[in-house]
Write a new protein. Structure first.
Length: 463
């Protein structure tokens, strides 16, 4: 409940509505101050602020704001940008109109009245003219860069995986934070893992800032472009995966359940595969129906099951990534403890680097990290230390490379039920035989044995 407002105060407010934003079309999450600084520079904001305080800005100030608003609305709207890129004549008219308005401000200058103030207005007009020229030139630059990107990357992926259209750019401007800074210049949606090294190399050569992206559910803004010359590499088509495969991992005595997935696989699909085989996938963020494996590794995601088996970090057997030098890097955990990584004295990883062809070895390194350094004592999830003793990929939010695939360990849920008493004579069925309802009995089936649990009175398959 609010304190009642006196009627007189309300009437006063109605008579003098305060305009929070004077620049037209300024609806997004930027203040007028930020827009002026972005378009004209911070010195211009100081000048403008000084003139505004004098409250004598009037028509000229409004015209300046209109010029900034027109530039701003185009910069914030990829559909308008596309339209102006496709229609040079329309663009020319817009730029002429902007210059015309600045000329009108010039005409209204009165140096004889107040030379100091006039000098400040002159500085603003010069800065605004520069902004209009840059705005115009940006279209030519964009046209050239689009051509270069198509030429360079078009040799490495299908042409329609290179997306400049408004919808693709709008869809990749933000993540779950809803923070928006810059639209990506281009969005790539490669079809296969093998394309990735070449694309990373090509993007670096083109001077683009690379942002890998999974489901866009990140809460730290890691997938948000901060510069106009950025490329988002969307991994959504990398969705190959296996069912649970029993594997003897390096340094282990026996086989354990594992699942191999590409980076774009939705987290829940891995949990489903594990469940189908009677296992549990420990990485279970609440966003599991939307987040992807690559994002899970890059954010070291975890959920409720972190209490039992830790987060992504603890459950990776190996992963593959492309470094910013466009080399392939395969990271393999040795002597996996099938539990929380901070419980081991030393966690050891083998790092194998290959050329962009994926075959020519470059070097191999071993990284031995004391287990207790992975997270602060008592914490199941701790993402504060991004460096993690230099362990690549994990918790780096895409800054040190692009993760393309991974092999995970999966677990058996610890049972609180009575131990299974093996009985070779019994046959699997859906309901327990009456004779076994008071105790646990088991029977062999094709690949597994089925147990009758008294608590549920049903047969359950255990492998
Ligand atoms: C409703 C909701 C609930 C959530 N619950 C949890 C939770 O319980 N536990 C938890 O840990 N998190 C949770 N999160 C946060 C988020 O879902 C996770 O961090 C998830 O791992 C992000 O995955 P993503 O595919 O959506 O990544 P994105 O948002 O696409 O990207 C996140 C970061 O990872 C990088 N990245 C993505 N893919 C790759 C790749 N292939 N290679 C390299 N870098 C890459 C991006 O550049 C970015 O920096 C939640 C988020 C939401 C919206």
């Amino acid at each position: 409940m609010n304190v009642p407002i006196a009627l007189a105060a309300l009437q006063k407010q109605a008579a003098e509505p305060a305009r929070l934003r004077e620049i037209p079309y300024n609806y997004p999450s930027f203040s007028d101050r930020e827009i002026v600084i972005r378009l004209l520079g911070s010195a211009s904001w100081d000048v403008l602020d000084q003139l505004r305080k004098e409250r004598r800005t009037g028509r000229s100030a409004r015209m300046l704001y209109e010029v900034l608003g027109d530039i701003w609305v185009v910069q914030r709207n990829p559909y308008l940008q596309d339209d102006l890129l496709d229609n040079p004549a329309r663009r020319k008219l817009l730029v002429e109109a902007l210059h015309h308005r600045l000329a009108e401000i010039e005409k209204r200058r009165t140096p004889a009245d107040d030379a100091g103030r006039d000098r400040l207005v002159g500085e603003l007009v010069v800065a605004a003219r520069r902004a209009v020229t840059e705005f115009d030139a940006k279209f030519e630059q964009a046209t050239q860069l689009r051509r270069q990107i198509q030429r360079t990357l078009g040799r490495l992926t299908a042409k329609d995986n290179i997306k400049f259209d408004g919808l693709s750019r709008v869809s990749h401007v933000t993540d779950a934070t809803d923070w928006r800074v810059e639209y990506p210049f281009v969005v790539l949606t490669p079809d296969t893992e093998v394309e990735m090294a070449g694309l990373v190399k090509g993007c670096i050569e083109l001077g683009l800032t690379i942002i890998p992206r999974g489901g866009g559910t990140g809460y730290t803004g890691g997938a948000i472009p901060l510069t106009w010359k950025s490329v988002v590499i969307n991994t959504e088509k990398l969705e190959a995966m296996t069912e649970v495969e029993m594997r003897r991992l390096p340094g282990m005595d026996s086989e354990v359940g594992t699942v191999w997935t590409e980076a774009g696989v939705v987290t829940q699909r891995v949990a489903d595969a594990a469940e189908r085989a009677g296992f549990v996938f420990a990485v279970d963020p609440t966003s599991a129906e939307a987040s992807c494996i690559g994002g899970n590794i890059a954010m070291n995601a975890g959920g409720k099951k972190a209490v039992l088996w830790g987060t992504a970090l603890d459950n990776l057997a190996s992963w593959r990534m492309v470094t910013p030098d466009a080399q392939w890097l395969e990271v393999t955990r040795l002597d996996h403890n099938m539990g929380k990584i901070h419980d081991v004295e030393t966690a050891t990883f083998e790092l194998q680097y290959f050329e962009a062809d994926g075959k020519t070895p470059v070097r191999t390194e071993t990284l031995a990290i004391p287990g207790k350094t992975f997270r602060k004592e008592g914490l199941g999830k701790d993402v504060t230390d991004k460096f993690l003793s230099g362990l690549p990929g994990i918790q780096k939010e895409g800054c040190d490379g692009l993760i393309t695939s991974a092999r995970w360990v999966v677990h058996r849920m610890p049972s609180t039920r009575a131990p299974c008493a093996w009985s070779s004579s019994a046959t699997p069925r859906t309901r327990c035989p009456a004779s076994s309802r008071s105790r646990t009995t088991c029977s062999p089936s094709k690949n597994a044995r089925a147990c009758c649990w008294p608590a549920s009175n049903t047969w359950t398959t255990v492998t």
